[in-house]
Design a binder for this molecule. Structure first.
Ligand SMILES: [Zn+2]
Length: 82
């Protein structure tokens, strides 16, 4: 899965410290990130640590938060349409 746009949140950032899981292509410890894109906004995930402008970024390693409630997803989608 492609890395969504993300925002840095001080409560969830830096490297994921456990050795598992690692990203698919580089086998590196993923970065803790918070999505900032449409209905995904605010969902925490572990993502490939390779910068998108420095090579291939292999995307989402693992979602920390499951999908938001549908009602919230619809509201978020509307906000992003504004
Ligand atoms: Zn990677």
């Amino acid at each position: 899965q492609e890395t969504p746009d993300s925002v840095v949140d001080p409560s969830f950032c830096g490297s994921f410290t456990k050795s598992e899981p690692t990203c698919m292509m580089h086998h590196q410890r993923p970065k803790k990130m918070v999505a900032f894109e449409g209905a995904l906004t605010g969902r925490r995930y572990l993502g490939c640590p390779v910068q998108q402008d420095a090579g291939v970024n292999c995307g989402v390693v693992e979602w920390v938060d499951g999908p938001w409630l549908e009602i919230l997803q619809r509201c978020l989608a509307r906000i992003w349409d504004m």
